[in-house]
Design a protein around this ligand. Structure first.
Ligand SMILES: Cc1cc2nc3c(=O)[nH]c(=O)nc-3n(C[C@H](O)[C@H](O)[C@H](O)COP(=O)(O)OP(=O)(O)OC[C@H]3O[C@@H](n4cnc5c(N)ncnc54)[C@H](O)[C@@H]3O)c2cc1C
Length: 444
């Protein structure tokens, strides 16, 4: 575990727009709603609450975008990871359908926020490609997704092996096919986080940076939060610390940290690519995620760098020497590039829940928390923030377009490192077996 609040070096940190002037925790203060965590979720909740005229304070340990929101792949993906029919089967026709519609609109909500507040984050609605690493995932996951969303009126393009290779510029052996979802796209993640923070402040929210919440306790009808030697009192609290929940305060709320397993994801960026081979890689500018359990994802940035992400051999502070696996993935996917040089490497934490679904919990009156993006939150968190705001404004949980569930803790959470290690080995084996049986017919 590390407790530093320094912004890690990354492509995004090097190229982001300047941060606005955040406030500092100076003296005790009170507000209607305190939000712990200044990532996309907390910032979107703050923005929506401030728009509704509420007195809201965001308490961020480091600076907005310091967590996953400033370090991710910047791929804007509509909808939950879980396919629509599975949502209906689990949550029933009414709630399932409301979840599908609301989460299906996540990319629209994100692009609308960016346009409305003029956020300069190189956002491009260039589409999102879901690439299948084998015949079984193509049939059971990717094609299912395309077919189920088509039934709901979303026209995704089916890509066969050659079409996918042409769109991605990848080796035809790398993927057997996939889909292209026109709702998605890409953005500069840290610029987007800073832009959201500026928008929330413009609407009247106060954002405290360098302000780790060290404890949270009941005080009368409300809450008292210890921050940097001061107390912030609030009638309601929203906890939006997600995968970074245990980093600054181990036990902010009982059992909260045991509902997620933080898993590290690692990225590298090449120098801007030039030449003929470079022109063939993602000419349409899409973000690409593959269907592996230990997934690989890639995109170009606005200067033409290739940004590739995947499982991490190390925790939070990687060096270029750790990038061997990702370089090998680049060489495998884009043989014409060989083993490209690296300008930046960085890593971030993804919050995995037991059922791989994001969760909203309200364990007691006046306390709302969101946890578990499971690696997909760039678009989703804008909607999650809006949903948390609706709850804080008094909407009944049953009327929310998302289930408010009871926290579900991992048993043996203390052994999570061992579990992650063992599961990674097993997943890698399954992914390899599926890729080896990639015998989809070519040319059709
Ligand atoms: C490497 C990586 C690549 C990813 N790529 C993609 C992608 O391409 N597309 C996609 O859709 N999703 C992606 N994701 C997921 C996405 O980034 C996250 O789902 C999203 O950013 C989560 O936002 P959040 O606001 O919930 O959490 P975070 O952004 O992690 O914010 C939590 C904040 O809480 C603060 N905090 C924690 N504890 C305290 C405390 N005690 N007091 C005060 N503050 C505290 C932290 O400092 C942090 O800033 C990726 C994630 C990672 C790590």
């Amino acid at each position: 575990m590390h407790r530093t609040t320094r912004l890690p070096e990354s492509l995004w940190a090097a190229t982001a727009i300047a941060a606005p002037d955040y406030a500092r925790a100076e003296g005790d203060r009170s507000c209607e709603i305190a939000i712990i965590g200044g990532g996309y979720t907390g910032l979107s909740a703050a923005l929506h609450l401030a728009q509704a005229g509420r007195d809201v304070v965001v308490i961020e340990a480091a600076q907005p975008g310091w967590g996953a929101s400033g370090r991710n792949g910047g791929q804007i993906i509509a909808g939950l990871r879980t396919n629509p029919e599975d949502l209906i089967a689990t949550f029933g026709d009414d709630l399932g359908m409301r979840m599908i519609r609301r989460m299906g609109a996540a990319a629209d909500v994100t692009f609308d926020l960016i346009a409305r507040y003029g956020i300069e984050c190189q956002a491009r609605r260039s589409g999102w490609i879901y690439a299948a690493h084998g015949v079984t995932p193509l049939r059971d996951v990717v094609e299912q997704r395309r077919r189920q969303w088509a039934a709901l009126g979303v026209a995704m393009e089916a890509l066969d092996r050659e079409q996918l290779a042409a769109r991605a510029g990848s080796d035809p052996e790398a993927y057997v096919g996939g889909l292209r979802d026109p709702r998605g796209g890409v953005l500069q993640p840290l610029s987007y986080a800073r832009g959201l923070a500026r928008a929330a402040m413009q609407e009247g929210a106060v954002i405290l940076a360098g302000a780790p919440a060290m404890s949270l306790r009941r005080e009368g009808e409300g809450w008292a939060i210890a921050v940097a030697g001061h107390t912030i009192r609030a009638a309601q609290v929203i906890l939006a610390s997600n995968a970074y929940t245990s980093v600054f305060a181990d036990r902010l709320y009982r059992g909260l940290h045991r509902t997620v397993i933080p898993v590290t994801s690692f990225q590298m960026a090449t120098p801007p690519l030039t030449g003929e081979a470079a022109a063939r890689i993602l000419p349409g500018g899409e973000g690409v995620t593959d269907s592996r359990r230990l997934l690989t994802y890639f995109r170009r940035d606005h200067t033409g760098r290739l940004v590739m992400g995947g499982r991490s051999p190390v925790e939070d502070w990687p060096s270029k020497a750790d990038a061997g696996l990702l370089q090998a993935a680049v060489a495998r996917t884009f043989p014409a590039l060989g083993r490209p040089s690296i300008d930046y490497v960085w890593a971030g934490k993804v919050a995995i829940t037991k059922d791989k679904m994001p969760h909203i919990h309200m364990p007691e009156a006046g306390l709302i928390y969101f946890i578990g993006c499971n690696g997909r939150g760039v678009a989703l968190c804008a909607v999650m923030g809006a949903l948390l705001a609706e709850l804080a404004l008094g909407k009944a949980p049953a009327d929310l377009d998302y289930p408010v569930s009871a926290p579900d803790q991992f048993a043996l959470h203390g052994l999570r490192r061992l579990g992650v290690f063992a599961l990674s080995r097993y997943y890698r084996l399954l992914d390899r077996m599926e890729a080896q049986t990639a015998t989809a017919p070519r040319g059709g």
